[in-house]
Design a protein around this ligand. Structure first.
Ligand code: AMP
Length: 280
């Protein structure tokens, strides 16, 4: 596995890798890797000839009040995991390399960036769309792999790729969970043992909604009511949103259909966790 810190060298390595017609799969991450990330790498390996991963904690997508400084950066551990999986190229740019002082260009997917997590984290998806656009231009992957865990991000990036006619296929992989149901996240390490227990309420609420929908409940209002009741049973959880939306537009639906997105975000202490299900 080649570790590459500069944009120029990453471009050269990616162009070289695909020169003979090989396909290139790309997994952008912020590091602190867990099985969720590794599932994306495995999907990329299964689908493409060459696999590239980036680790970059992107300051543009953090608000000043958020956890940019304390975000975990276990680089050697991450690199070892990726090497073991047989990743070919690991892009490790610095902040100055990706966002040199004086840069003036941002990419913004307007409406979608204001929904769900975008509503609670103004500017977040502008930061995501900008860095992903840059990464796509550097790597020029055939396929890029993202987790369903970040459902709103998936909607934003699909729209970005479509609106800008980018030649990259967005592949979305299922949420990987801990055995007890908590969706894996790099931020789970912030949780105290008590909060770790309390956080299970998110999955419990989603499962309750899934069961109700399986039993034939179509009213989104009713499903939200029940989901929020379950969350309220855990007083330590501070709900940000509980929503039932169309997964592409992120607009609320009145009646659920196959594929409706049920998404939840809540704080446990200062740690904000998200989770979701797509109704079957
Ligand atoms: P991050 O490092 O948090 O930016 O995440 C990098 C990628 O991993 C994103 O596409 C996430 O959606 C994905 N991801 C994070 N957690 C999970 C998970 N539990 N299951 C599947 N994918 C995940």
């Amino acid at each position: 596995m080649k570790r590459i810190p500069t944009i120029a060298d990453m471009k050269a390595a990616c162009r070289q890798a695909t020169r003979s017609g090989k396909t290139l799969g790309f997994v952008p991450t912020m590091g602190a890797l867990h099985e969720g990330h590794l599932s994306l790498v495995r999907a990329a390996k299964a689908r493409c000839d060459v696999t590239a991963v980036s680790i970059f904690v992107n300051p543009l997508q953090f608000a000043p009040t958020e956890d940019l400084d304390k975000y975990p950066r276990p680089l050697e551990r991450d690199a070892g995991m990726l090497e073991q999986l047989g990743v070919d190229l690991l892009f490790l740019p610095t902040v100055d390399e990706m966002h040199p002082p004086g840069a003036q260009t941002h990419v913004q997917v307007n409406e979608l960036s204001t929904k769900l997590d975008g509503a609670s984290r103004p500017g977040h998806f502008r930061g995501v769309a900008t860095v992903v656009t840059k990464l796509f231009e550097i790597v020029r992957p055939d396929c890029a792999f993202f987790g369903q865990k970040d459902a709103a991000q998936v909607a934003v990036l699909r729209k970005l790729v479509n609106d800008l006619d980018m030649d990259v296929e967005i592949v979305v992989c299922p949420i990987v969970r801990e055995e007890d149901g908590l969706a894996m996240s790099s931020r789970n390490i912030y949780l105290t043992p008590e909060q770790r227990q309390q956080s299970l309420v998110l999955h419990r609420a989603l499962m309750r909604v899934q069961t109700l929908a399986d039993q034939g409940e179509r009213s989104a209002a009713r499903l939200i009511e029940v989901g929020m009741q379950v969350i309220a049973e855990e007083p330590a959880a501070r709900l940000d949103y509980f929503a039932v939306v169309d997964p592409n537009t992120l607009d609320p639906v009145a009646d659920v259909t196959h594929g409706s997105l049920v998404a939840v975000a809540a704080y446990f202490g200062t740690t904000r966790l998200i989770d979701n299900i797509l109704l079957t």
